[in-house]
Design a protein around this ligand. Structure first.
Ligand code: ADP
Length: 627
């Protein structure tokens, strides 16, 4: 930055390269000597310009100036400002304070200066950091306009035929002022980056030679670097002063801009502004601005115009992520926050929304789970109550069947018991008569054992049937179930009607069922058929039990030749407590229907095809085992 604003027109006429060298040496003398010299000069100029007020009564106003090229040049460049202001605003005593870039920034920070004159680059940085505001911009004779005044020339020796454009700088040694220099570095860096060249990695090296900028021209000239970055118009100014021959140098990627007469490799940026510090008196700032805007051009043609637009400088800094936009490079948390805060805000809002949603969903899930749990518990309780009632009803039904059959049960048991008794008596009689042979004992013993087993079998079946227990589903051969039911039916009744079991099933036909429940259904249907045919001629008392298959279903049909049932009553057959018998409970068929449906089947009643008697048929899902 320091080199960008060197005003060639303000340089003393007739300076040559040697004189720059003198200046160069001059910058190395101790600061104390500088101060002494400047103090004398300042006092001298004050004495010359003192207005009507005595110096002690005039309010001191310090103007901080960036002395990019040594104090003498700065004084020569900018004393026209203090001269003019002291003349037009006699109540104040304006003085120039000369600083390098860092010292000027701390002078602004410490409020040691009321006004600042610096290049556009540093102005933008100080504006962002300390709230400086520009009140006027320099208008130079060599600028296109105050908005387009400062640029860079990237120079090489004229005899370097290998260097013609900025793209040729790849892998070369380049000299510049400093990494922060505006016209002496950053302006050119922006152009290089636009070409895809990163000065930090694509150049062989960059030598930062500091100020004055003539050092860079010297380095290019003596070949210690391949190219140099200087502010535009420096070469021309040096040529005018006889320090060099323009023909010895060339400007890389030269641009022709109308109204701009110097060699240029880059865009043009606004000229130097004068800015007021945040703490400065507003009235004074207004007076200074008014004075400068009405200042007539100096003999070299410099004047002040309304403040220029420094947006293009902002854009440069932003693009290079430096100066006030250095935070764009930072990967610290603060840098990232400053850079991505809109995204962070959006992310935070989204996260917050998601959290609210998640909490809400979790709450709803908990509420619904509790509801579901309550409902399931209630349903389970209702179902287990129903199951208990069902089991109770089935048990009652079985006891009722037994009750109805009990009269004949006694008779049934009497038979084996009477036979046993007969054999026992016959043995006793033979023994008394002395005719007890081993054969007779053998025969009686065998028969007694067989009859006792028969009686035991009857008792066992009845006990099993009457037992109250939960349903158990297992794979069972349907034909065996039917046979046992027929045997139980025959065993229970004294006068059991003949039951013809007609199994049309294959041997492996099985059902997944509760044996007792299915037998209960069969017994119920057989007993109803028996009831319906009681008192009828023998040929009509025959009951058929038919087992058949229909697709995925087995069918169990009980057919009688009884009187049947009027159609009007048939609709009520399966209703609980529907009975036409004086001592009936009307529960049998309704329980049968429940049992069959619990096994996945259906129970129905049909009038026989010949109109005589009813056929009750129930279905069960078919299973088959490999024979
Ligand atoms: P219950 O035998 O105690 O009356 P069920 O539910 O077993 O109870 O039978 C209900 C009614 O259905 C019987 O009262 C009877 O009127 C009629 N019923 C049942 N089976 C037959 C049948 N095979 N023939 C004629 N009517 C029948």
């Amino acid at each position: 930055m320091p080199g960008s604003g060197l005003r060639p027109g303000l340089l003393p006429a007739g300076e040559d390269f040697g004189q720059y060298n003198v200046l160069l040496i001059d910058t190395r003398v101790p600061k104390a000597v500088h101060k002494l010299v400047f103090g004398i000069l300042a006092a001298f100029s004050l004495a010359l310009c003192a207005g009507p007020l005595p110096a002690a009564e005039r309010q001191a106003v310090r103007i901080g100036v960036l002395a990019y090229s040594g104090s003498e040049v700065a004084l020569a460049n900018w004393s026209h400002v203090t001269d003019y202001l002291n003349q037009t605003l006699p109540a104040y005593r304006f003085s120039l304070e000369l600083y390098d870039i860092a010292a000027l920034a701390s002078a602004v920070a410490d409020q040691r200066v009321g006004f600042v004159i610096t290049n556009g680059g540093q102005y933008v940085a100080l504006e962002a950091q300390y709230g400086l505001s520009r009140i006027a911009t320099l208008e130079s004779p060599e600028a296109v306009s105050p908005d387009r005044a400062i640029g860079s020339a990237v120079i090489a020796r004229a005899d370097r035929s290998d260097l013609n454009t900025l793209a040729d700088l790849k892998g070369r040694r380049v000299a510049a002022v400093s990494p922060e220099a505006f016209g002496g570095y950053l302006v050119a860096v922006r152009e290089l980056k636009r070409l895809g060249i990163d000065p930090e990695s694509d150049l062989a090296r960059t030598d930062f030679l500091g100020l004055p900028m003539q050092r860079i021209v010297q380095a290019v000239s003596n070949g210690s670097v391949d190219a140099g970055i200087v502010r535009a118009c420096l070469l021309e100014s040096m040529a005018r002063s006889g320090a060099l021959r323009l023909a010895d140098f060339k400007v890389l990627s030269p641009r022709r801009i109308e109204g701009f007469r110097c060699g240029l490799s880059t865009d043009l940026y606004p000229d130097w502004p004068i800015a007021t510090a945040r703490h400065a008196d507003r009235g004074l700032a207004k007076a200074v601005a008014t004075a400068l805007l009405s200042m007539p051009p100096t003999s070299q043609g410099y004047s002040w115009s309304v403040p220029a637009d420094y947006q293009s400088v902002h854009e440069l800094y932003r693009e290079l992520q430096t100066g006030p936009y250095a935070y764009l490079r930072e990967t610290t948390l603060e840098g990232l926050v400053r850079r991505y805060w809109p995204y962070l805000v959006i992310g935070f809002v989204v996260l917050l929304g998601w959290m609210v949603h998640a909490v809400r969903v979790e709450h709803l899930v908990r509420v619904r789970t509790a509801e579901l749990h309550r409902a399931l518990t209630a349903r389970y309780e209702a179902e287990s109550r129903m199951r208990e009632q069902q089991e109770q009803a089935e048990h009652l039904s079985r006891l009722s069947i037994l009750g109805e059959l009990s009269g004949t049960l006694a008779h049934e048991l009497n038979q084996p018991l009477a036979t046993i008794s007969n054999y026992a008596q016959s043995l006793l009689r033979r023994q008394a008569a002395g005719r007890l042979t081993p054969e007779a004992v053998q025969e009686a013993g065998t028969s007694i054992t067989a009859q006792a087993e028969r009686a035991g079998g009857i008792m066992q079946r009845i006990r099993d049937f009457a037992r109250k227990r939960p349903a158990v589903h297992e794979r069972l051969a349907l034909a065996d179930l039917a046979r046992e039911a027929v045997a139980l039916f025959g065993g229970m009744l004294a006068n059991a009607p003949p039951v013809a079991l007609d199994s049309r099933l294959t041997p492996g036909a099985e059902v997944e069922a509760d044996a007792l429940q299915i037998q209960q259904v069969m017994l119920n249907l057989l007993k109803n058929a028996d009831d319906a045919t009681k008192g009828l001629p023998e040929e009509r008392r025959r009951i058929e039990l038919i087992l058949s298959r229909e697709g995925a279903w087995y069918r169990v049909s009980v057919r009688d030749r009884g009187p049947g049932l009027p159609v009007a009553l048939r609709a009520r057959l399966f209703e609980a407590f529907f009975t036409t018998k004086p001592d009936g409970m009307g529960l049998g068929l309704s329980i049968c229907k429940t049992i069959v449906e619990a096994h996945g089947g259906r129970l129905r009643a049909e009038t026989n095809a010949d109109g005589q008697g009813l056929t009750f048929t129930f279905t069960l899902p078919a299973h088959e085992t490999a024979a």
